[in-house]
Ligand binder design. Structure first.
Ligand code: NAI
Length: 333
C-alpha cells in the first residue's frame, strides 16, 4: 500500500461532487494501492448536503477511503492537500452580465488560490472545473505566488472525451482505437475540437473520413455545444460525465498518458502555437513524471489557427475584464 493521497473537492455537496466522490473513494484516481483522504469544502448553505455525502461515503465501506472531513472554510479544507479539485462556482443566473459572473467567481477563486498557497502540500496539483474554468484557473494561480503555475490546470477533458465519442460513432470503432484528438482554446463553445492529427487504429484519417462539411457543420458544433444539449435533454447540466473527466485528468496527471497518444488539458500558455502567453488555454498534452507537456511541433492549417485565435481572443477578453475589475494582481496582467 502506498501513502494516502489527500484530495480536496470544493462544491462537494453539488451534482458533480456526488458523481465524483464515490469513484475517487473507490480508487479510480490513483489505483487500487493508494488510499485517499477526502476533504470536502462547501459554502455554509451547502455544508449539510456535503455532510450527507460523507455519511453515504461511510456506508460504502470503501477499503481505500482513509478519511472524510467536511469544511466551510478554505484554509482548513486545503490543509495538506495534494490534489485540489475546484468544482464549486457561482453559476450564471438569468439577467446576469458576464462582468458580474467573472467578478463573482473571482471572489471565490482568488481566496481559494490564496488558501491553497498558504495551506496545501508542497506538491499540490490543482484542476479547476467551475466555470468559466480557464479564467478561474488564472485567478486562482494569480493568488498563489508560491505555487509553480504549471501545477494549475483547467478541465477540458470532458470536451476531449465528447469528441472521442462522436468519432467512435462516426467511424464505428471503440473509443480506445481513436488517438491524438485535440481540444484547443477555451472551455466554452468557441473551443476548437481538432481531428487533423487523429488516428483510427493507428492510421491517420484519410479519404471520406476527412469529410470537411461533416467536420464543420456537425462534428465541431456537436462537441462545442454538447453542454447545452445535455441541459436540454437531461434537464440538468452534465455531472457524471464531468466527474468522469475529472477522474481521467487526475489519473493521467499522476500515472502518465499512454505512449503514442495524448489528451487535452488547459494549461498556462507561454505562447505555444501562437497563443497569447498568460492565459490558461487547452492544448494537446502528454503527462509524465507528474507534469503536463504541450505536444510540440504539430502542423496547423490556416483554418485551425484562425479557429484557435477566436477562442484565445475570448480568453484575452475574459482576462481583460477581470483585470479591469482589479481582480488580478498587477504582475499577471
Ligand atoms: P452544483 O450547483 O450542483 O454544485 C455546485 C456546488 O458548489 C454547490 O453545492 C454550491 O453550494 C457549491 N459552492 C458554490 N460556491 C462555493 C465556494 N465558494 N466554495 C465551495 N463550494 C461552493 O453545480 P455542478 O453541476 O456540480 O457544477 C459545478 C461547476 O462545474 C459549474 O460551474 C459548472 O458550470 C462547471 N462544469 C464544468 C465542466 C467542465 O468541463 N469544465 C463540466 C460541467 C460543469
Amino acid at each position: 500500500r502506498n501513502q494516502p493521497v489527500t484530495v480536496t473537492v470544493t462544491g462537494a455537496g453539488g451534482q458533480i461532487g456526488y458523481a465524483l466522490l464515490f469513484r475517487a473513494a473507490a480508487g479510480a484516481m490513483f489505483g487500487s494501492h493508494t488510499p485517499v483522504r477526502l476533504r470536502l469544502l462547501e459554502i455554509p448553505a451547502g455544508v449539510r448536503a456535503a455532510h450527507g455525502v460523507a455519511l453515504e461515503l461511510d456506508d460504502c465501506a470503501f477499503p481505500l477511503l482513509a478519511s472524510v472531513d467536511v469544511f466551510d472554510e478554505a484554509d482548513r479544507a486545503f490543509d495538506g492537500t495534494d490534489v485540489a479539485v475546484l468544482v464549486g462556482a457561482r453559476p450564471r443566473t438569468a439577467g446576469m452580465e458576464r462582468k458580474d459572473l467573472l467578478a463573482a467567481n473571482a471572489g471565490i477563486f482568488g481566496p481559494q488560490g490564496r488558501a491553497i498557497n498558504d495551506n496545501a502540500g508542497d506538491d499540490v496539483r490543482i484542476v479547476v472545473v467551475g466555470n468559466p474554468a480557464n479564467t478561474n484557473a488564472l485567478i486562482a494561480s494569480a493568488h498563489a505566488p508560491d505555487i509553480p503555475v504549471d501545477r494549475f490546470t483547467a478541465l477540458t477533458r470532458l470536451d476531449h472525451n465528447r469528441a472521442l465519442a462522436q468519432l467512435s460513432h462516426r467511424f464505428g470503432v471503440d473509443t480506445g482505437h481513436i488517438t491524438r484528438m485535440a481540444i484547443w482554446g477555451n472551455h466554452s463553445n468557441t473551443q476548437f475540437p481538432d481531428v487533423s492529427n487523429v488516428a483510427v487504429k493507428g492510421s491517420p484519417l484519410a479519404g471520406s473520413q476527412l469529410d470537411r462539411a461533416w467536420l464543420r457543420d456537425e462534428f465541431i458544433p456537436k462537441v462545442a455545444d454538447r453542454g447545452a444539449e445535455i441541459i436540454a435533454v437531461r434537464g440538468a447540466s452534465s455531472a457524471a460525465s464531468a466527474a468522469n473527466a475529472i477522474i481521467d485528468h487526475v489519473h493521467d496527471w499522476f500515472k502518465g498518458t499512454p505512449a503514442g497518444d495524448w489528451t487535452s488539458a488547459a494549461v498556462m500558455s507561454r505562447g505555444e502555437y501562437g497563443t497569447p502567453a498568460g492565459v490558461f488555454c487547452s492544448f494537446p498534452v502528454t503527462a509524465s513524471g507528474g507534469a503536463w507537456h504541450i505536444v510540440p511541433d504539430l502542423k496547423m492549417s490556416d483554418e485551425a489557427r484562425s479557429r484557435l485565435a477566436i477562442s484565445t481572443d475570448e480568453l484575452l477578453a475574459e482576462r481583460a475584464a477581470v483585470a479591469e475589475l482589479g481582480l488580478l494582481p498587477v504582475h499577471h496582467v
